[in-house]
Design a protein around this ligand. Sequence first.
Ligand code: MG
Length: 458
Amino acid sequence: MKKGEFLLGLVFTPLGIRGVFGRDLTTLDVLMITNSFGRLLGEGSTVVLGMDTRSSSPLVSKAVSAGLLSAGVDVIDIGVAPTPTIEWAVDFLNADGGVVVSASHNPPEWNALKLLGERGILIDPKDSETIREDYLGRKFDSVPWDKVGNEMEADVVEDYIAAILSLVDVDSVREAGLKVVLDPNGGAGSIVTPYLLREMGVELTTLNSVPGIFCRELEPRPEVLKNLVSLVRAVDADVGFAHDTDADRLAIVTERGEAVAEDVTLALVVEKVLKERRGGTLVVNIASSRIFDDLAERYGGKVVRVPVGEVYVARKMLELSADVGGEGSCGGVIYPALHYGRDGPLAAAMILERLAKEGRKLSELVADLPQYATVRGSVSGEVNWNALREEILKISKERSIVGISELDGVRIDSEDFWVLVRPSRTEHKVRIVVEAKERRKAERLFNEFVRIVRDHVS
Ligand code: MG
């Protein structure tokens, strides 16, 4: 079976195992998968367990715990917590791994397991494959009665907030008297980010902050942040922040009420780090904007690209001791001084520090970034990838292409645009990203590549 192929609707990817709860992802599935994960870590290991605010999450979390305990693994249950808090807690509590119960930005009926290894980094794709094979073989091995793991509870939210505060200049933020509006959309961020921001002395207004009540679409795309935009304008705020349900993502709205693309969140943080460190190593995925190459050039840094997926970014960052990185297309900032996962609350704190210390408006900081027009989209269906790949390589020979990368799908770079075409790992889709200096050119190229992809999809 190929990577990302569907199993009765349950999707296995290196980034997590996800499906509609009760239909594709059942309580029994969760038991089997986490028993396998527990056996992989080994008897006597310790795992941190946390969850988002979905209605199915408490049940899934209990099944995770049972699966791990049955493999002789000890569980430290930290309850409702953002994904970044759980990742950070794996290191903080000296655990061997972690399990995050959250379907992130997927709709409310979905749930998912994100399996973490040492240092809170997603497990190796080879280990995901072992777990998938165990699952397909319906393998469940229980330890005997005297080897069952122990379950403990811990509350780490205050320590996590303190860890973020130790990395930013809180005094400057307090003195700046910033006004902030936050929309955590009832996700796990509701129990962390408002408290973090209040500790930083900002004047905070929240909306959609009742845990478990999702008031807008879960993915914080600019188009769904209308209420946040209105409130930023109404209270004359300096910035608006929004999370997905597990708060690894951060979307931002400027003081002018503009919801900006999520690449910008990462770019603002990357610029801060490269500027302060006068360079450094930056890791981003192949679908990320040229903004990052330009910023690296501006501050004397180096860009390393990896396939799409947080696991690839995080592992490369660890390997290179990178300074900063992330996944631009989803506002995911990774700053290893805290941990090796995407972190929405940390990104919010770092952006507030920039506003306070630089004394400039957010819209000005955004306008100072290199400007590109990006168009993203997908074509659904089964793809004949070899034929499509050949076609794209043929096209690249006819144009003035300066670079071709096959790190993940095919990316072709010319002087003034680039195009990435890659098969999705989680759905029967081909994803297309086009970036150019001018929006019309990006749109024209995007439409052209949609037509090319359609010819190879059934
Ligand atoms: Mg998420």
